[in-house]
Write a new protein. Sequence first.
Length: 151
Amino acid sequence: MLLLRLSPIQAWDVFQGERLFNGEDPEIGAYRGRAHLAEMIALLGQPPQALLARAKLRSKFFSESGKRNVSSFRVCDSFSLNHPLLGQWAAGIPVPKSRSLKAREIALIEGNAEDRDAFLRLMRKMLQWEPEKRSTARELVEDEWISKHTT
């Protein structure tokens, strides 16, 4: 039941032996919120417009629609970070190259493929942009991976 007391990021760190997000800003070499957000975008894709619409600090990271801040906007590797209504990624650093959870998973790679897939499904249940779409602790207790590893 330890896993249920961990955040999804802590759970990943424990089982993979590496940090899911480190938030290290490439310009200053230390943690910064914009770097953490850029890493989240690289993993999860664009934040949903509904989430950005209610975000108080969105103007810190996204330009207003139609007003591109060329000095701080950097194109990302494989997809556009352009929200038609809410603007573009404009936090002054590039979004890292997109890497899926499956590509990053290293601890279970040589083990049982079904177990690995179940672990990745568990992580996806917890790693959701919108809090209301994340699985609750009660739902996670019944997850196949947790059930298998707690009995």
